[in-house]
Structure formats: structure tokens, C-alpha cells
Write a protein that binds this ligand. Sequence first.
Ligand code: DX5
Ligand code: ZN
Length: 223
Amino acid sequence: MGIRISPSILSADFANLERDVTRIAGADWVHVDVMDNHFVPNLTLGLPVLEAISRVTDVPVDAHLMIEDPDRWAPAYAEAGAQSVTFHVEAAAAPVRLARELRAQDARASMALKPATPIEPYEDLLPELDMVLLMTVEPGFGGQAFLDIMLPKIRRTRALLDKHGGDIWLQVDGGVSADTIERCAEAGADTFVAGSAVFGADDPGAMVDQLRDRAAEATHRHA
Ligand code: DX5
Ligand code: ZN
């Protein structure tokens, strides 16, 4: 199973995004958090900034849309350069149609769940998806503490993905750090978003490597 680290630029210096994205050139993805002040109580950035980021890096962009009406907006993020687009199922009116639209644009289609949203009602949608994102904090802000109570949902989601086969990635987002990443990996996550842990480190690039090593070790230990 591959391990992927996706640093969240929410914790980068917004006045120096190009410099900070260069610092994580060894990452597998760069995670871009889009917030609209409606779906979550915070406002970050939108299409023009994502487009600018994708122009200055070879690292593929992983867009996490914490917005209302993703049915209307998500395809534009694929067009702007995101190679993976994650919409929240709580906000999507027609998640199947939306996932198909994203794939038709050659983007990876990904569905996110807030902490209180169960995975089970969406089991039949899995073949339409390339990734499931499980929030391990309430979405809206970086730097929050990892919610250990989400570990059982990570395990249940891993079991569902294994049952269905295919290669659907399982991403965790929120409070992932050198202290918590092993728990996530053991529970079955394979794709890890880390914002404050990476950009709060003295050497963000070295932290990406450290997170990847820890996750890989925990995955092997558990296998
Ligand atoms: C939170 C965002 C996360 C956030 C993670 O709503 O979706 O991607 O940047 O930040 P940390 O890793 O600091 O919890
Ligand atoms: Zn995110």
C-alpha cells in the first residue's frame, strides 16, 4: 500500500506561498483548503489562488473544498489545475453526478466526511470515487487537536474499501502529526494531510519525510 503525504498550505505563509510550496517539493501532493465562510466558519482562498499555486509547482494539487454547492463549483477547480478534487458529501446535492463530472475532467474524485457523518450510508458510492477523506477535526481551522474518537471510523472505512477492492485512497485530515500519524496508519489511512505539523516545523521538507517514514513503519507493523 502506498503512503502519500499532502501538506496543507493553510498553515503556510500566505504572503510567500511560492516559497513555502517549494519547501515541500518532496511531498506527494499539496493540499489546498478552500473555505467559503458558509460551509465552515472561515474564509481562505479560491480558484485564482489555486490556479497560481498549480503553476509554480510540479507537486500535484489536492483541493479540499469546504464550500456550499460543490455541485456548481467543484469542476472549475479541476479545470484550474487540481488533479484531485474533494467535495463534502454533507454539501453535495448529487454526489454521484459530481464525482462523474470530476473524473470526466481527468481529476481524481474524492468525497469528504465531517466527524459526525457516518461512512456506511455511502458504501454503494465507493466505485464512483478515487479517495475518501475522513476529517479528524471539525473542518474550518488548522492547528486543532486530533480526534482519537475518529479511529474506529477510519477502521470501518478501511474495511469497506478492502471489501470493494479497487484502489480507493483513504485520506485523513486534521491534527495529523509525528505524534498521531502512526495511529491513523494503523487504522488503515494511506494518505495524510498535515498543515501545522509540516509548516510549523523548522524544516518542512524533513518533516514530510519523517511523517512518511512513520506512516510506512506503522503500516508494515500492522500488516
Ligand atoms: C481543516 C483543514 C485541514 C487543515 C489541517 O479544516 O481541512 O486541511 O489545514 O491542519 P492541521 O494539520 O494543522 O490540523
Ligand atoms: Zn483540508
